[in-house]
Design a binder for this molecule. Sequence first.
Ligand SMILES: NC(=O)c1ccc[n+]([C@@H]2O[C@H](COP(=O)([O-])OP(=O)(O)OC[C@H]3O[C@@H](n4cnc5c(N)ncnc54)[C@H](O)[C@@H]3O)[C@@H](O)[C@H]2O)c1
Length: 248
Amino acid sequence: MTYATYPSIVGRTVVVSGGASGLGEEFVRQFVAQGARVGFVDIDEERGRALAEELGASFTPCDVRSVPALQAAIDGFANDLGSVTVLVNNAAHDMRHTIEELDAAYWEDRQAVNLRHQFFAARSVAPMMAEQGGGSIINLGSISAHIDLPDLVGYITAKAGVEGLTRALARELGPQRIRVNCVIPGWVMTERQLREWVTPEATAHIEASQCLTEKLYPADVARMVLWLAADDSEHCTAQKWVVDGGWL
Ligand SMILES: NC(=O)c1ccc[n+]([C@@H]2O[C@H](COP(=O)([O-])OP(=O)(O)OC[C@H]3O[C@@H](n4cnc5c(N)ncnc54)[C@H](O)[C@@H]3O)[C@@H](O)[C@H]2O)c1
């Protein structure tokens, strides 16, 4: 297979949350490979620092559940790398929980790690994007909001919220030429998924559910994210972009 390169991404300042591992790591790698200036945050300081050093990207350790810390990190990237014109709201945590375990504090925590930071990061970058004549915000949703998955009520509620957030922000920010889209990955074979959940039974389920039966990997989703960041998608906003191998 051969894939696209995007001249419009060269030199752009891109911020990725949760960029130290999983899909976020692949986004960081691919944006750097396309010539972008990349800043990323993650709670995993060790992996974040190692990746930043390997790629020459900028890393700030940050728990996205802290809105002030996230905003300070974004401002820091803008100061060091230039105004942010691409934001990838990727950080999330898909810990399983029963309904009984989901008390009020844990509910708030699930929304904070899976939804709230997406809004506050967008709010931070919107003025810089407007000043630059526009930008692209890409919110990571999840197939889990569309299929039958147990023990994930807090996460699934947040991920359904990401789709509403995307449409609402696209409407609000469209006049400033800021595009807001939601990428919905299917079941993607990250390190964490392979370690925690992808059993032989799960593999059989994937093969039975996807029209294209081969497993999905982070690079497959990253290519959609690149396209949404590039000028090639300039008239696309307020949409959901599903990369799931055709899960039926
Ligand atoms: N992998 C999949 O199959 C899949 C499917 C659907 C949706 N998604 C979505 O794609 C995105 C990436 O998922 P992934 O599979 O790569 O997840 P992952 O768990 O492998 O990686 C998430 C990253 O976010 C970081 N992170 C977690 N909590 C954080 C916090 N509080 N503050 C800062 N960073 C934090 C982690 O350290 C990690 O680097 C998420 O939004 C997820 O909901 C993934």
